[in-house]
Each structure stands twice: as C-alpha cells, then as structure tokens.
Design a protein around this ligand. Structure first.
Ligand code: CP
Length: 311
C-alpha cells in the first residue's frame, strides 16, 4: 500500500480489523517501528478526534508528529496548471507538496468538501494534489468524498460489538441545521459493502447519495420500516447530492430516539448535536457506542500507519 486514500486501499478488511484489535491490546508493541520518522498532519478544517487519535497512533509507533492548521495558518494554495497567480493564492501545490515531503515521512491531510461545486469536490484537488506532487505516502484524514479512517474505526467497533453472523445494520439520515458533506456516509457504505450484513440506507426522498457509491444497497425511504429488527443504527446527516450542497427541508421527525432505536446499538462518528440529530436518552444510554468508536480511531490510524511504515 503506497497511500491510504479510500476504503479501496484496504486489501482485506477482516485482516485489518484483526490487526487493529491486536494493537488495541498492546498499543506500544511496535513503538520502535517509527523511530526517526516524522508524520505531518495538515488540517484544512477543524477536528478533535482525527487530530488527537492520529497523533496518538503515531506516538504509539514511536513517530515524531508535526501538526499544522494549514487552512488558517498556511499560504493559500493554487492547484491549477499554468495559472497566473495574481489573485488570492500565494503558493502552488507543486512546491508545497514537495517541500512538506522533505520534512515528513508520511503526510496526513484533512480537506473537506466545499459543497458549492460537485465537480471541484469530486476532483479532490487537495488530496490528489499532494498525492501527485509529494514523494512520501499520503493518508486521508477526511476529504471531500471519503473518511476512510472513520469507516475503519467503525468496522473495528462493529466487529467488537456484533454477535451475529449477519447483523442488520441501518445507516439513517438525521436532521442538521447546516449542510454537511457526504464523506462519512460514503466511506461507511463502502466499508459495509465489504461486510457480511443486512445493510439498509434510510433517508428522506431527495437525499440520495452518489449511486456509484450506494450501488445495489437497499434504500428505504420509510425510516420506521428500515429500522425494524436493526442490530446497529448508524446515524449521520448529509446534504443533498442531486441538489448539490443544499438542505431540502429540516425533517426534524428523522431525529433518532430511544423509541425508534428499539434494541439496536447506536453509532455516530461525532461530533453530534444533541436533541437535533439524536436525543439525550440515546447518547446517555448503554446502547450508545460513540465513545468506543472514537477510541477505535486510534487503532484504525495505527494499523494504517504501521502498514505504511512497514512498506
Ligand atoms: N469523527 C471525526 O472525524 O471527528 P473530528 O471531526 O473531531 O476529527
């Protein structure tokens, strides 16, 4: 594996989950693997879990860590070829990626979708720009269209919590006052397509995700019907894909409640808006897995970094 950019970079999900669970039992077991190596974490957007868990994972492997809030502290980057840079951008991705490669052995990047232009977002210009011009491996810490570190952590959590051969897992859309990207839902769907499960997506009409990602996964617009006999319910908001970046309606009755959840376990990537996305009673119950999902972010990142270091 040269880079970790999407779920498709995982060659065997069961093997990666098993490796992560082993690391969780003894996180410092390979603490000399990264000795003398440096990871650079470049953030174009805010973060709590990704920033700290990736840093923790790197430290567990003995790496040095440099963190930069590139979006607010770096020069505005230019991505276009042949651009006359007499406007807002100060530095070209060609130089920036090569320069950072001299300081770091691995570069991890967070750069969200702008949600204004689908074509620009799907081009993944930050991630792909670094991939093109950097000379070291690149890790996706959430890009325009994917959050594969989160989805790998979710696979670890499912494996730890699941007692069935074929559990029913529901991805349910939830209301949110802001337009949010599709990245978490996309990677969760791609990860679930590698699992033995009865997997259903439920959302109001108009919130269909990219059909190239959902493929043949069952989509049910009746949330109640979708949630019947669910073992795990993963809740996430996303904005419209067809009316790109738009919120079509508040749909507050899609908020997850204890009553709707039934006997299922609750999952969410965090951060979550209480009593908008999900009611307090769910988050404060023993059926909520959100804290363990966040814990597993460390071991998801650690298995990725370990594989890159071993390469
Ligand atoms: N789930 C997640 O990626 O959290 P942060 O945005 O806080 O990193």
């Amino acid at each position: 594996m040269r880079n970790y950019l999407s779920i498709s970079d995982i060659d065997s999900l069961p093997d990666w989950v098993a490796a992560a669970r082993d690391l969780k039992k003894n996180p410092r077991k390979f603490d000399s693997l990264g000795k003398g190596k440096t990871i650079g974490l470049l953030f174009f957007n805010n973060s709590l879990r990704t920033r700290l868990s990736t840093q923790k994972a790197a430290m567990n492997l003995g790496m040095e860590v440099m963190v930069m809030n590139f979006g607010s502290e770096g020069w505005a980057l230019e991505y276009g070829d042949g651009t006359i840079m007499d406007q807002g951008t100060s530095e070209h991705i060609k130089e920036a990626a090569q320069v950072v490669s001299q300081y770091c052995d691995i570069i991890a990047i967070r750069a969200f979708a702008g949600l204004k232009d689908r074509k620009i977002d799907e081009a993944e210009q930050v991630l792909n720009g670094f991939k093109q011009y950097a000379s070291v491996p690149i890790v996706n810490m959430e890009s325009s269209v994917g959050h594969p570190l989160q989805a790998l952590a979710d696979a670890i959590t499912l494996a730890e919590q699941n007692a069935k051969k074929r559990p029913k897992v529901v991805l349910s859309w939830a209301p949110h006052p802001k337009a949010l990207p599709h990245a978490v839902a996309n990677s969760f769907i791609e990860m679930m397509q590698l699992q033995e499960a009865d997997f259903v997506i439920t959302h109001p009409e108009g919130y269909e995700l990219n059909p190239e990602i959902t493929k043949s996964v069952r989509i049910e617009h009746d949330q109640k019907k979708a949630l019947e006999n669910a073992d795990f319910v993963y809740v996430k908001n996303w904005c419209s894909y067809s009316h790109y970046g738009k919120i079509l309606g508040q749909e507050t009755d899609w908020m997850m409640t204890n009553e709707k959840l039934g006997h299922a376990k609750f999952m969410h990537c965090l951060p979550v808006r209480r009593n908008v996305v999900v009611e307090d009673a769910v988050l404060d119950s023993e059926r909520s897995l959100v804290i363990e999902q966040a814990n597993n972010r460390t071991y998801a990142a650690q298995v990725v970094l370990k594989k890159l270091l071993e390469n």
